[in-house]
Design a protein around this ligand. Structure first.
Ligand code: SF4
Length: 364
């Protein structure tokens, strides 16, 4: 095992990111082997349990109600629908189901109670359960933990500076506070970001400073390549090159040795050779399934063929941490508090977000 360092500076991270590629790959692969089985990759299935109609203005997201995109929205899925999808994911090699809802933050009430039941249902299928539901309070995190949640995803998206160029309706500190609320429970933290939104390399390093200086570091860090969706403010962004993705994965592996580094959105734009380089550089997790919330993803069979070709094996559930116990709703120690936390709304003007909103109004 490597010693985990929690005081990385931006310059140290930039020096790693900019190393000659072969040096970078060698260092990342060495650290990877010290901390993980290099032939094992954790497979998660991402399930959009409530799609579209979101009040936020995240510049990359087709689910924001204010932009005009071609996604089909849906209300919260039923527990039966979620169970059927989880069983399907299990039968195709996924050890984790990650349920995403297009919410700004969790609100106590019937819908959250239904999500808690979904968590109980999937944990009883002996699969790891993750949720990504927006900002949450400590009480809500405790209730998720009690239901048997294994991980909570809340991405920092980018550096604190560049975040302001992408989102104006929620603040960076709220992201950190939500992660902190999750940390007060035994639920693991999944937090990462997106490259290719127009940020510079300093911003990528800045995001890794924010993630790597968390103590403990997140157990899982998704590295997404932007999928530029028509109608969103970032629709014209050029795809990131595979070399940038490889450098980002390798740097993440070096600064967060024990974290599972997750290849996330943007895999359809990568060749198998490119993905293989990412696995060599320290990526050890993927999202499976033909859709990632609303954007395309490689077919499960294609992924299994790739695994076979590369000699990779899907990780068994609860390899890194024991399965949480599910407490039934009737025996719960944490009741809904009906809190109304004041999550911030910075509301500064982001020109391209405004332009996309105006364009959507014209179309509607
Ligand atoms: S990323 Fe999440 S919070 Fe932002 S618009 Fe999309 S669904 Fe809403």
């Amino acid at each position: 095992m490597s010693v985990t360092k929690h005081n990385w500076t931006k310059q140290e991270i930039l020096d790693i990111y900019n190393k000659p590629l072969m040096e970078l790959l060698y260092e990342a692969a060495t650290i990877h082997r010290k901390n993980h089985d290099p032939n094992v990759v954790q497979v998660s299935t991402l399930l959009s349990i409530k799609t579209g109609g979101c009040s936020e203005d995240c510049g990359y997201c087709p689910q924001a109600a204010r932009y005009h995109t071609n996604i089909e929205g849906n209300d919260l899925m039923t527990i039966q629908q979620v169970k059927a999808q989880a069983l399907r994911a299990k039968s195709t090699g996924s050890s984790r189901v990650c349920m995403g809802a297009a919410w700004r933050n969790v609100k106590d009430g019937e819908e959250f109670d239904q999500v808690l039941e979904m968590v109980r249902t999937i944990n009883k299928l002996d699969m790891e359960v993750c949720c990504t539901l927006g900002m949450i309070t400590e009480n809500q995190a405790q209730r998720l933990a009690e239901a048997g949640l294994y991980a909570y995803n809340h991405n920092l998206d980018s550096s604190e500076e560049y975040y302001k160029e992408v989102i104006s309706t929620r603040g960076y500190q709220d992201r950190l506070d939500t992660i902190d609320n999750v940390r007060k429970t035994n639920v693991t933290v999944c937090s990462g970001g997106i490259i290719g939104m127009g940020e510079n390399v300093e911003d990528r390093a800045g995001m890794l400073v924010a993630l790597s200086t968390l103590n403990p570091q997140p157990e899982s860090t998704p590295i997404n390549a932007l999928v530029a969706v028509e109608g969103t403010p970032l629709e014209d962004q050029k795809p990131v090159s595979i070399w940038e993705m490889i450098r980002m994965v390798a740097t993440t592996r070096i600064v967060m040795p024990e974290t599972q580094v997750r290849l996330s959105a943007g895999r359809t734009q990568m060749t198998r050779e490119g993905q293989a380089m990412c696995f060599f550089a320290g990526a050890n997790s993927i999202f499976a399934g033909d859709k990632l919330l609303t954007t395309p993803n490689p077919d499960v069979n294609e992924d299994m063929e790739m695994f076979k070709m590369l000699g990779l094996n899907p990780q068994k559930p609860f390899t890194k941490k024991v399965q949480p116990q599910t407490v039934e709703a009737a025996e719960s120690q944490f009741e809904a508090l009906g809190e109304k936390p004041k999550w911030t709304r910075p509301k500064h003007t982001i020109e391209r977000n405004e332009a996309a909103k105006e364009k959507a109004k014209a179309v509607k």
